[in-house]
Design a protein around this ligand. Structure first.
Ligand code: GDP
Length: 357
């Protein structure tokens, strides 16, 4: 097989971050919910710690905003990052695990301490991002247009409501400029490499969500495409999101695989509290589809997962595994080499954590 036929484009990994209560969870839930209800176009796959929204679904949700022929990336994988601390510990080969990020800012509250912290992390990791100016629906006199692109929604607002929203949006654009980022409403941005796009959204009414998905897809396609070319059959590489005890499985690891393939039965090296853990995958688990949730078992077993994907790994000796640590499949090379690689990466993480104080 030639390199060309082995290589494919993986799904870009998207993280959502921002100040507490600005709507990260609601936004993710809404994106997931809207995608599920558009599901007939290209059902979303359930993942552990992540949601995969295929291009087909995005294009149905975004309507006239997206022409699927403009894209060859398969969609977007949103990872659940409950706090900004988890974002800073989530790395991949020394860089950020997320390829791209959504910074959620409450349109009424503007920048808050954790917004500033999130900006610092995004700057330090060089992660491209868009700003979701959330809770647009709380603008006094707002006339909600469920699920509509934001410009259509704006056309349905009174002049007064529109200008009140604009005032708040320009406040946020000013705050971005104060911290060194030139920004504008996304439809005015010509060059997304120079300017940050601000997308007014509502996690309550889903207004602007078509726009947000479109901008993320466009940014990924234009600036990430090269990095998304992976050898799908290569040894899997991933990052631990969380270590969890699971009935019937003992300690398990929730992980995001960002490169290659991870198969049931693979020997893997996972970063641990003391030494890297060398173990063998006993089961790869995904949540059951919603329709089957009534059955006793929460998970279904899969034979393999290909990047990018969230998955729960069951294997012996995972008690000491560490959130943020690397996962490497051992295939076609000596296990000692992989252990050394994992050790080196862990040392790098420790240095950076120490520098962060
Ligand atoms: P997180 O801490 O950033 O994850 O914020 P949450 O998603 O938990 O949201 C905090 C609160 O704001 C909750 O009460 C949400 O219902 C509310 N909220 C979030 N997004 C919106 C929105 O777009 N419009 C309105 N009206 N309320 C929202």
């Amino acid at each position: 097989m030639t390199q060309d036929t082995r290589t494919t484009l993986r799904t870009p990994i998207v993280a959502v971050l921002g100040h507490v209560d600005h709507g990260k969870t609601s936004l993710l839930d809404k994106i997931r919910g809207s995608a599920v209800s558009e599901g007939e176009a290209g059902a979303i796959t359930q993942h552990i710690g992540a949601t995969d929204i295929p291009l087909e679904t995005i294009s149905t949700m975004a309507g006239e905003l997206v022409d699927p022929d403009d894209f060859d990336l398969p969609g977007l994988l949103f990872i659940d990052t409950p706090g900004h601390h988890s974002f800073s510990t989530l790395r991949a080969r020394g860089g950020a695990l997320a390829d791209i990020a959504v910074l959620v800012v409450d349109v009424n509250d503007g920048f808050q301490p954790q917004t500033e912290e999130a900006i610092d992390i995004l700057r330090r990791t060089g992660t491209p991002f868009v700003v979701a100016a959330n809770k647009a629906d709380t603008t006094p006199g707002w006339n909600p247009q469920e699920g509509e692109p934001i410009q259509r929604s704006l056309a349905a607002q009174s002049d007064r409501a529109e200008s009140m929203l604009n005032e708040n949006l320009y406040e946020i654009i000013g705050q971005l400029s104060d911290v060194g980022f030139s920004a504008d409403l996304y439809w005015r941005v010509q060059d997304f490499q120079k300017n940050i796009g601000v997308v007014p959204v509502s996690a309550m009414t889903a207004e602007g969500i078509p726009d947000l998905l479109t901008v993320l897809m466009g940014l990924s396609q234009r600036f990430m495409r090269e990095e998304m070319a992976i050898d799908v059959h290569g040894p899997g590489e991933g990052t631990v999101l969380e270590v969890k005890d699971e009935r019937g499985f003992g300690a398990t690891v929730d992980a995001v695989i960002y490169d290659g393939v991870l198969r049931n039965g693979d020997t893997v090296v996972i970063g641990g509290q003391n030494e890297p853990i060398v173990t063998e995958v006993r089961a790869l688990l995904r949540p059951r589809p919603l329709a089957e949730i009534r059955t006793e078992k929460k998970f279904e077993k899969v034979a393999e997962v290909t990047a990018a994907a969230g998955v729960k790994i069951a294997a012996p000796d995972l008690d000491d595994a560490m959130a943020g640590a690397p996962i490497r499949v051992v295939r076609d090379r000596p296990v000692e080499d992989v252990v050394a690689e994992v050790k080196a990466e862990l040392a790098e993480i420790e240095v950076e954590t120490a520098e962060d104080g």
